[in-house]
Design a protein around this ligand. Structure first.
Ligand code: MYA
Length: 403
């Protein structure tokens, strides 16, 4: 049904979206042949002016995610068709509030919430999004978009609709003067810039066994397995509390300074930081650790931790429908040990009803994974920077978390 006849000419498309022969060494980092676009920026007049053609029976649409009905259409498409694990046991279930949060950061553009509808039924059949972000790769900071939520309805798979979606969003982004994008995928595509791995910390041992997320080790009883993952009832750090709008300037400074040490990182403005990190119920949780003086007054924000809430549907299980997962977001342990901070983060996540706490081995996460009994997941998450040539980056040098 869908074909490639509308593909751009070969010289119009980046053949390899990132270029990265080897892990960086100091010579590579200084080499002027790196650190540049693969395809040079084009003036607006030389860009394709019209949208790529849709196959007969389908049309482009801009999805207004601030409209509850349209947001529900996106929710339903993703709920039924988005990312599953290799064994098809779990499928991401991004909540409606999560989608609003993920797609409306400061400066977001509605034309980057790109959908494909069936002309006949008007039903939403495919989707892709971009949201603006400043991203630093090695020493160069650029305006980019974060691309996410690429989804084609199961009935339309393998008809090369995905490449058309990617080209059309690229065209739309290019028209705003932006030529780079950052994205992640479980699949290995040409030109990854970094490769990270998920680790999982069991919070509700019994449920994770019941849904086959994890297995009861041989010769271990359920009671013993549960005991192994038991956490204290309350956090240990006396100064840890949810972040408030008043904390934003100091917490922003703390996090932005911390992120400057990584080779691939997001560069938040204060406004962006407030959007991405202020707590939203059922979406994102953020905590500051504060120093107090003799009178018990708060004097300084010293540490920070956060996670986002992303459920998965449990497919074909009689007892459970939903896996409640917390995903480690941005954490800064300046005056306390990172293990101490993240142990409290696990307790807070458990007390909010999460079954598992997931973390990638990026930033300094490897420092707490073993001590806090995280287990290695299967498969990697690849990081890509579209249309950018640079040496590859070790997972511990990645300082950006995409949703
Ligand atoms: S990652 C999440 C991706 N979504 C899912 O996994 C949801 C479930 N799966 C689906 O909905 C479909 O299977 C998808 C493919 C839509 C993934 N990224 O249409 P097709 C290539 C990039 O016949 P379908 C996320 O959202 C594949 O290699 N390309 O296949 C970040 C092949 O190309 P080639 C991918 O299965 C997205 C071609 O598609 C991906 O019906 C970042 C086949 O097309 C993937 N995850 O649909 C997108 N998976 O033949 C790139 C497959 O060449 C953004 N393919 O090997 C680039 C930057 C754009 C902006 C730039 C601005 C400057």
């Amino acid at each position: 049904m869908l074909d490639n006849s509308d593909d751009p000419k070969d010289d119009e498309k980046p053949q390899q979206t990132t270029s990265n022969k080897s892990t960086a060494n100091n010579d590579d980092n200084a080499d002027p042949n790196w650190h540049k676009p693969i395809i040079p920026d084009k003036p607006k007049s030389e860009l394709r002016q019209d949208p790529y053609n849709m196959p007969k029976g389908f049309e482009w649409c801009e999805v207004d995610v601030t409209d509850p009905d349209q947001r529900t259409e996106v929710y339903d498409l993703l709920y039924q068709n988005y990312v599953e694990d290799d064994e098809c046991m779990f499928r991401f279930d991004y909540s409606r509030d999560f989608l609003t949060w993920a797609l409306t950061p400061p400066g977001y553009l509605p034309q980057f919430h790109l959908g494909v509808r069936s002309s006949k039924s008007n039903r939403l059949m495919a989707f892709i999004t971009g949201v603006p972000a400043k991203v630093r790769v090695h020493d160069i900071t650029k305006d980019m978009v974060e691309v996410n939520f690429l989804c084609v309805h199961k009935k339309l798979r393998s008809k090369r609709l995905a490449p058309v979606l990617i080209k059309e969003i690229t065209r739309r982004v290019n028209h705003t003067g932006v030529y780079q994008a950052v994205y992640t995928a479980g699949v290995v595509l040409p030109g990854h810039v970094a490769s990270c791995r998920y680790y999982h910390r069991t919070l509700d041992a019994k449920k994770l066994v019941e849904i086959n997320f994890t297995r009861l080790p041989p010769r271990t009883t359920m009671a013993r397995f549960q005991k192994q993952y038991k956490l204290p009832a309350e956090p240990a750090l006396g100064g840890l509390r949810p972040m408030t709008p008043e904390d934003v300037p100091a917490a922003h400074k703390l996090v932005v300074e911390y992120l400057s040490k990584f080779k691939l990182s997001v560069v938040f403005s204060e406004e962006e930081f407030a959007h991405w990190l202020l707590p939203r119920e059922g979406v994102v949780s953020s905590f500051v650790n504060v120093k107090k003086n003799g009178e018990g007054e708060e004097t300084e924000i010293t540490d920070f931790c956060s996670y986002y809430h992303l459920h998965s549907s449990v497919l074909g299980n009689e007892k459970h429908n939903t896996l409640h997962a917390a995903y480690s977001f941005y954490n800064v342990a300046r005056t306390v040990g990172v293990t101490e901070l993240m142990r409290d983060c696990l307790i807070l996540a458990k007390n909010e009803g999460h079954d598992v706490f997931n973390a990638l081995n990026l930033m300094e996460n490897e420092r707490f994974l073993e001590d806090l009994k995280f287990g290695m997941g299967d498969g990697n998450l690849q990081y890509y920077v579209y249309n950018w040539s640079c040496p590859t980056i070790e997972h511990g040098d990645v300082g950006i978390v995409l949703l």
